[in-house]
Design a protein around this ligand. Sequence first.
Ligand SMILES: *Cc1c(COP(=O)(O)O)cnc(C)c1O
Length: 368
Amino acid sequence: MILGHRPPAVVEAIRAQLERGWTFGAPTEGEVRLASLVSDRMPAIDMLRLVNSGTEATMSAVRLARAATGRRKLIKFAGGYHGHADSLLVDAGSGVATLGVPGTPGITPAAAEDTVVARFNALGDVESAMERWPKQVAAVIVEPVAGNMGVVLPTDGFLAGLRDVTRDSGSLLIFDEVITGFRIARGGAQELYGVTPDLTCLGKVLGGGLPIGAYGGRRDIMEQVAPAGPVYQAGTLSGNPLAVAAGLATLEALDHRVYHQLEATGGRVASALALAAAVAGVPLTVNRVGSMLTAFFTAGVVTDYDTAKRADTVQFAAWFRRLLPQGVLFPPSQFEAAFLSTAHDDDALAFLESALQESFSGVLADRR
Ligand SMILES: *Cc1c(COP(=O)(O)O)cnc(C)c1O
């Protein structure tokens, strides 16, 4: 909730739409306005399709990539999360690019066999996979800043490298910006890092807290989606007017000033975490971009899933439980991102800073 809970402008937009109706079985003006707002902020999106969740966005984008390239295989990264479509829920355990195995009961080997897992920030893994399966890889799907193994930033040149490798191999590059889109910059990670994907998946901030998702990108690819093209995808409630109204009101509030505020807020919280941990002698690595961050309970750098897993989750849990009675709810997993909002004002941040100072003392003892 990038603007916090119940921001007046969003409440008003939802209320106004409620009075006008909420499902028409036809596209609405708001949907078109939201689409053009998105493509203004993300110039790589010539056309887009609204859906109801991030999961729908990624599974539709993958289907489209396979159709557009006539190829089957998909490369994803260990620790990357792209919603719960079968082919994307592949076990993240094996480090080097290997054939995937189902990561949860209920997924058949057939649904997972075309998913190849590479290590985040290891461009060589992707290059080897392209060599091993020449002209078979439809797409590389990546969270440009990983947010689902805790926050893990792309190392210098990783995203640009993915752009080059995919282009050279005739594969598509899909940025899953369901978290990062409108969160870390007005134009998402693609603006912040200056790398242009073929397709982009969106969700979360886009709906202002109501159910929404979107996928979009190059016109020549998007024109293959039905009814303009042969790739079927539809949804009864897609582009739902209530979610669109909430999304429009949210995006309209997200001007440059907001991102400056969020950057300052994120920086302040990251410093407070690092300082409080240092004073208590607790090894901590804080990864942050803008208003998303993770405090990993490890002394080492965290650059991929393997290094993320070195964090001491027992210590994390002890720390999390120390914060709760103080009135601070951090994400309840070491491998989730914390998000800050414009509602975290000076008072809230001062409150948080003092809670953080308390929280680390005793964490080492709790662990034993
Ligand atoms: C949350 C998330 C999804 C799935 O979105 P849902 O709306 O929960 O289906 C996909 N990709 C990323 C990167 C996410 O964080």
